[in-house]
Design a protein around this ligand. Structure first.
Ligand SMILES: *Cc1c(COP(=O)(O)O)cnc(C)c1O
Length: 437
């Protein structure tokens, strides 16, 4: 029997802490998805993580596939990362001056992604993508950016733009407070719609074509085989820069990221999540030539007081150090085993379900498939997802609280954890299908 974890309503510690939090933070949280609006109910408050598990404030243990939304590729609190951060901390927590660890981490990134000849470290993915927009505009002398429906590139004004349905629309802001004049410079079209990209790129001079090479923020959506090579060709023919936002996919979908997996080299890349190993680090980078436009070598200004922070660099270095090709391959196998197992369960139960993975990033929809666009993803059965999510949580499996988020795997998840997860999710899917809790 799987554990039965009660809902956190009433008098649980998690509920008590959340009621205090709601007085201090909008929605009780410091980032909106954490509030469970996508699934309803009360979030659990995390107090500890180790390996494949996370514990809530009431002492319940969950096998975790959120993994801090992607960064924890070695699992929670791996000893190598803890020791590296402790070592760094003994020498001071911040200098605001150059340090050797920054160079070491940039070397470690370039060893896996040779097209990142130069990088600039930032503290969040949002800063990295925002700076890329500025840099791409400066380098090309153009103002428009093309993004894809369902792709998330952080919360900078330029990227909080709703997609039109299927055709290019002048951007409408997704959030009040984003000036129309700025939103109009962001064009959108459907992921995998190469014809629309071609049409837009020939009509409008684009500074950048930007994408999540595998969409993880609109559920899990893979590119069709000709999509990314097609974007490279269109960018070359029309003078736009091709930008991979690999904040999520980097060091997950292949040892060398999207460029290795799809054999296409972007002009600029955003990284984050894994490269900080759970501390706040992100980066953007590309060729020496393009990056030389950044201050102080060039005129494009971008800065950060805590950028390249020594504790964060140490965590990133230890994480990439632990993520050898062999470890990456092993995590990939565990991910395949979980995804295959889930497909088997759904098919036995006769539940419409598709699941897939690339490396250690995976996702599923309650949908007959295929899902090639965000509009397809939105046709999935969200009510069934909610029921499954809560049934899984009650049985001690932590999934992202939204039908439109990717899931992750870590090196700390072995065959034992995968087997236990499949056992619990089998019960959860049966319960959800039968309308039981
Ligand atoms: C998480 C994410 C971001 C934003 O990173 P933050 O560190 O949350 O600002 C940007 N792009 C993608 C693809 C992401 O997954």
């Amino acid at each position: 029997m799987s554990p039965r974890i009660p809902a956190h309503n009433g008098t649980s510690r998690s509920a008590e802490i959340m009621s205090r939090a709601r007085l201090r933070f909008p929605g009780g949280v410091n980032s909106p998805v954490r509030a469970y609006r996508g699934v309803g109910g009360e979030p659990f408050v995390a107090v500890r993580g180790k390996g494949a598990s996370v514990w809530d404030a009431d002492g319940n243990e969950y096998l975790d596939y959120v993994l801090s939304w992607g960064p924890l590729v070695l699992g929670h609190a791996p000893d190598v990362v803890l020791h590296a951060v402790q070592d760094a901390m003994n020498d001071g927590t911040s200098f605001g001056m150059p340090t050797e660890r920054e160079v070491d981490l940039a070397d470690a990134i370039a060893a896996r992604m040779p097209h990142l000849e130069m990088v600039r470290f930032t503290s969040s993915g949002t800063e990295a993508t925002m700076s890329i927009a500025r840099l791409a505009r400066a380098v090309t002398g153009r103002e428009h950016i093309l993004k894809f429906e369902g792709c998330y590139h952080g919360h900078a004004d330029a990227f909080l733009v709703r997609a039109g349905s299927g055709v290019a629309t002048l951007g409408l802001p997704d959030s009040p407070g984003v000036p129309d004049a700025l939103a109009r410079l962001t064009l959108t079209c459907a992921f995998n719609d190469l014809e629309a990209v071609e049409r837009i790129a020939r009509e409008v001079p684009l500074a950048a074509i930007m994408l999540e090479p595998i969409v993880g923020n609109g559920g899990y959506i893979e590119p069709l085989p000709d999509f990314i090579p097609g974007l490279r060709r269109i960018a070359d023919e029309t003078g736009a820069l091709l930008v991979f936002d690999e904040v999520m996919t980097g060091f997950r979908i292949a040892f060398g990221g999207a460029a290795e997996r799809f054999n296409v080299t972007p002009d600029l890349t955003a990284l984050g999540k894994v490269i900080g190993g759970g501390l706040p680090v992100a980066a953007y980078g590309g060729s020496r030539e393009v990056m030389s436009h950044i201050a102080p070598t060039g005129p494009v200004y971008q800065a950060g007081t805590l950028s390249g922070n020594p504790l964060a660099m140490a965590a990133g270095l230890a994480t990439l150090g632990g993520l050898t090709r062999e470890v990456h391959d092993r995590i990939t196998e565990q991910t395949a085993a979980l995804v295959d197992g889930l497909r088997g369960i759904a098919s036995r139960l006769g539940v419409p379900f598709i699941a897939s993975h690339a490396g250690s990033m995976w996702g599923f929809f309650f949908h007959e498939g295929p899902v090639h666009t965000f509009a397809d993803a939105q046709q999935s059965d969200v009510a069934r997802f909610r029921a499954f999510f809560h049934a899984a949580r009650r049985r001690g499996v932590s999934l992202a609280p939204s039908a439109f988020e990717a899931a992750f795997m870590s090196a700390a998840h072995g065959p034992r954890e995968i087997g236990e997860t499949l056992h619990r999710l089998d019960e959860a899917m049966s319960a959800a299908a039968a309308g039981r809790d």
